[in-house]
Write a protein that binds this ligand. Structure first.
Ligand code: ZN
Length: 222
């Protein structure tokens, strides 16, 4: 009997202790933790106006309010340069002559002094035969005597340059940036002001005379 009584008394003490403890931590606002929290925050607020490095609670709230409506600025410039013209070999064969296909798509070279634009000096714009992109202005064409049309300057951002190690030579191949069509090569023996010579196959190019140039659109789907 004695043991049972002790057990019951002990159990009730433990239970009551546990209940009391839970009640004090959860609901009593004057326990040690909450007092400490108040003690820490109060001095901070009092120091803020004197210390310029610590922002006051008012300014923190304002900055959050400003951040929320920030608009997202998405650049709209990407699609203009990244759109490439991609066609199958069959599609290229359908729109190009055999000679144009062999040069533009298979990196061929027309025989020297045989191209229709070698001695061609009319005013206008030379375009890519594959996609119609304007590549050279007639004012940059000159007679290099090499047997192919030569230009000392290309229109900006229209031509890609790649090292070409074929035929035991190291040359720089030039291709149309838009359709990857082979145009020819670029050499550093050109005249002033650039000192470079764009040596281009006639078959790789089309030509828009100056009077029609203003009406023509940059890219013709044909
Ligand atoms: Zn092209």
């Amino acid at each position: 009997m004695k043991y049972k009584v002790y057990t019951i008394v002990f159990a009730s003490l433990v239970t009551s202790c546990g209940v009391k403890h839970n009640v004090t931590t959860k609901s009593d606002p004057t326990d040690e933790n909450s007092v400490e929290a108040h003690a820490v925050t109060k001095p901070e607020n009092e120091q803020k106006p004197n210390n310029p490095l610590i922002p006051s609670s008012d300014t923190t709230k304002k900055s959050v309010a400003i951040i929320k409506p920030q608009p997202q600025f998405e650049p709209v410039t990407k699609p203009q340069t990244s759109k490439k013209i991609v066609k199958t070999d069959a599609e290229w064969k359908a729109i190009l002559t055999p000679a144009e296909y062999q040069i533009l798509r298979q990196k061929g070279t027309e025989r020297a002094f045989t191209g229709k634009f070698d001695k061609h000096y009319k005013e206008g714009t030379y375009t890519c035969k594959g996609c119609g992109t304007p590549l050279f202005d007639s004012t940059t064409k000159y007679d290099s005597g090499c047997g192919w049309p030569a230009f000392f300057k290309a229109k900006e951002n229209t031509i890609a340059e790649t090292i070409d190690r074929s035929y035991g030579m190291i040359r720089t191949e030039i291709t149309c940036k838009k359709c990857d069509g082979h145009l020819g090569h670029i050499f550093d023996d050109g005249p002033n002001p650039t000192g470079v010579r764009y040596c281009v196959n006639s078959a790789s190019m089309g030509f828009i005379p100056a009077d029609k140039d203003k009406q023509a659109k940059p890219v013709q789907k044909k």
